[in-house]
Design a protein around this ligand. Structure first.
Ligand SMILES: [Fe+2]
Length: 361
């Protein structure tokens, strides 16, 4: 670390505009030997920081202009103290002072009713580490939430690296197949099977190691766009086992399908299995499964949560919302219902089961 007019500079990044991030990222990593330091957003990367030979470049997808900005990354206290006036070099290069040591920016909620049917609406895109992403809430509720259906068709070792996320909360639900993962201070690598779910607290280091063929997970998080940071300095698994470790006010949680314990849901004729994430997150998010008793219906009612996200895991049902909007739903379909909007279920199949994610806001 060195000083510049009383600023404690930790690292410098040169902004490097490029028209195609994937192409340029491959060139810098594969051809020139740079390594990835961070990348975001995970589903459609537009920014990646690479480093080598004492240089960090921030590859940003945009058209046209030559590199013209030097970012000097400072500690948060100094940026907040006002030591971040922009400078201009003689050749016109702008020198900006930024910090990464800040809480994630959480956009304001823009409530909306969204329904995403699998099949015709499935636009699978290529995201981070070669995984395929399907966006389950395309409008992101104003950028506040993201829900992704992620799949890997051909199993084997996953080209992942030890990384962590700058998020408010994030959870992973194993839908199909299996995956072997490892988390900081949570012991040896372990397998996730269908029905298993992990709560990933902010900045817990983790790595996806390998998965089966036809592997599918659901990933739900806040905010929708966040930075994924790569940690080159620790190896997983870590030596210590600290299941109760505090990560930004949250603790790691692993719900296993074999522990499923069904209790009465908020409506008659349905049962619920709660994953226990309310306590682990300080009441940020509630996650669980809901299943039906044959022939059940959900009378028209509303909720008061900030987020109500459901993903149909198996079976079928009819969802009806006020204004006579009706959808026939099946496994793979997902929806969000805004607070205060009446909705009901009918024609529930005997095997209906869905994942429900609620945030009180
Ligand atoms: Fe991750």
């Amino acid at each position: 670390m060195s000083k510049l007019n009383n600023r404690q500079i930790e690292v410098a990044e040169v902004v490097f505009p490029c028209e195609n991030l994937a192409e340029n990222l491959a060139f810098f990593t594969d051809t020139l030997g740079f390594r990835i330091e961070s990348i975001y957003p995970a589903d459609t990367p537009r920014v990646a920081v690479v480093a080598a030979y004492g240089t960090r470049l921030r590859l940003e997808e945009k058209t046209g202009v030559a590199p013209d900005t030097l970012l000097l990354i400072c500690r948060r206290a100094e940026v907040e103290a006002g030591a971040h006036d922009e400078l201009v070099a003689p050749n016109g290069t702008r020198v900006k002072f930024e910090t990464t040591d800040i809480p994630p920016v959480i956009p304001d909620l823009v409530p909306s009713l969204t329904v995403q049917k699998i099949g015709v609406q499935s636009n699978w895109g290529i995201g981070r580490a070669g995984m395929q992403y399907r966006d389950l809430i395309p409008d992101r509720l104003g950028g506040r939430y993201i829900a992704s259906h992620i799949r890997i068709t051909e199993g084997g070792p996953v080209p992942d690296y030890v990384h962590h996320h700058h998020i408010l909360f994030q959870l992973i639900y194993c839908y199909k197949g299996w995956v072997r993962v490892v988390y900081e201070d949570q012991g040896a690598p372990f397998l996730m099977h269908p029905g298993d779910c992990v709560l990933q607290p902010p900045h817990i280091r983790h790595q996806v190691l390998e998965c089966s063929d036809a592997f599918e997970v659901l990933e739900i998080g806040c905010p929708a766009e966040h930075v994924t940071l790569v940690d080159h300095d620790i190896a997983l698994p870590t030596e210590q086992l600290r299941p109760d470790r505090d990560f930004g006010g949250q603790r790691f949680c692993f719900h296993q399908a074999v522990e499923t314990d069904w209790t009465a849901w908020r409506a008659d004729g349905f049962e619920n299995c709660d994953f226990g994430f309310v306590g682990a997150t300080g009441n940020l998010v509630s996650v669980g499964l809901v299943r039906t008793v044959a022939g059940s219906t959900l009378p028209a009612s509303s909720h008061q949560n900030e987020l109500l996200f459901n993903f149909v895991l198996q079976g079928s049902m009819t969802l009806e919302c006020e204004d006579n909007q009706v959808w026939q739903l099946q496994a793979g379909d997902a929806y969000t219902i805004p607070a205060g909007k009446d909705y009901s279920f009918s024609d529930c199949s005997a095997d209906l089961e869905f994942l429900e994610v609620l945030t009180p806001g």
